[in-house]
Design a protein around this ligand. Structure first.
Ligand SMILES: Nc1ncnc2c1ncn2[C@@H]1O[C@H](COP(=O)(O)OP(=O)(O)O)[C@@H](O)[C@H]1O
Ligand SMILES: [Mg+2]
Length: 251
């Protein structure tokens, strides 16, 4: 473990009835690092992410973020410390525009005639535009409803929302799974831009090429345990696949 990881997961276990989803997991993220989380279906990746984001409470172990003990805290408390999680379904509002989606749940209000509270759509669009610009993402009209945007543009809106609220760690669950090739490339570029801005990322992906392209370190899970921790310099697709299927295990 490096000297000063910003996120530290120590000895975390999680049980669902008789099933051990996480078994004494140690995991960490250093400042400015992109960490890929790999593993077959059922390996425990989502459960680990949900323990970090507060959706699940670990049964054992401790999670700290920037020195705060966040073990078992509520999702809103964890978000307010700067951990933003982008789930696969993105959790966006299809019938609202880009600005409203960046502000979802935290809408900016103004008073009409100094009296009637209404949402301040111009302000939210302008702020959303700034967040997208930071990421070098172009969406032709921010008045577009989300339903009219492409998969990559929606992914961009979800990421813009995360950074707008000052994310200090972004967790992405399969961000390129549903995208076309040009959009996948854009999302990978955005991941690099975020890293260059010093924002660490945990990336769950099944796409080996994405992982090889952007990750600084790869952590492979197997049946609830961490099976391997591979720095980019030592990683090959072959080696990662071996760990994923358990062929790298000691006999
Ligand atoms: N809410 C739950 N209730 C019961 N079992 C669960 C629940 N969530 C996950 N599991 C089980 O925990 C194990 C790990 O699942 P998960 O973390 O979703 O794996 P991954 O994301 O790597 O595919 C699997 O065996 C899964 O069936
Ligand atoms: Mg999963």
């Amino acid at each position: 473990m490096s000297d000063s990881p910003i996120l530290k997961v120590r000895g975390v276990s999680k049980f669902f009835g008789g099933l051990t989803a996480l078994n004494n997991v140690d995991f960490w993220v250093n400042a400015g690092e992109v960490v890929a989380l790999l593993g077959d279906n059922g390996a425990g990746k989502s459960t680990l992410i949900k323990c970090i984001s507060g959706v699940y409470r670990p049964d054992h172990g401790q999670i700290t973020f920037n020195g705060h003990d966040i073990t078992g805290q509520a999702p809103m408390a964890i978000r307010s410390l700067g951990i933003e999680t982008i789930y696969q379904d993105l959790a966006l509002a299809e019938n609202l525009d880009v600005g409203a989606n960046v502000f979802l749940g935290k809408e900016k209000k103004k008073r009409l005639l100094g009296l009637i509270p209404v949402t301040d759509d111009d302000y939210m669009r302008a702020e959303a535009a700034k967040a997208l610009q930071k990421l070098d993402i172009h969406i032709p009209s921010l008045r577009q409803k989300l339903v009219n945007l492409s998969g990559g543009q929606r992914q961009a809106v979800a990421i813009a929302r995360a950074i707008y609220w000052n994310a200090r760690l972004i967790i992405m669950d399969e961000p390129t799974a549903a995208l076309g090739v040009p959009e996948q490339r854009k999302v990978l570029e955005v991941i690099r831009t975020l890293r260059d801005q010093g924002i660490p990322i945990i990336l769950i992906s099944h796409t080996m090429q994405d992982v090889m392209d952007v990750a600084d370190r790869m952590v492979v899970m197997l049946r609830g345990r961490v099976a391997a921790n591979v720095p980019r310099a030592e990683a090959t697709v072959d080696l990662l696949v071996k760990h994923i299927i358990g062929a790298g295990e000691m006999s």
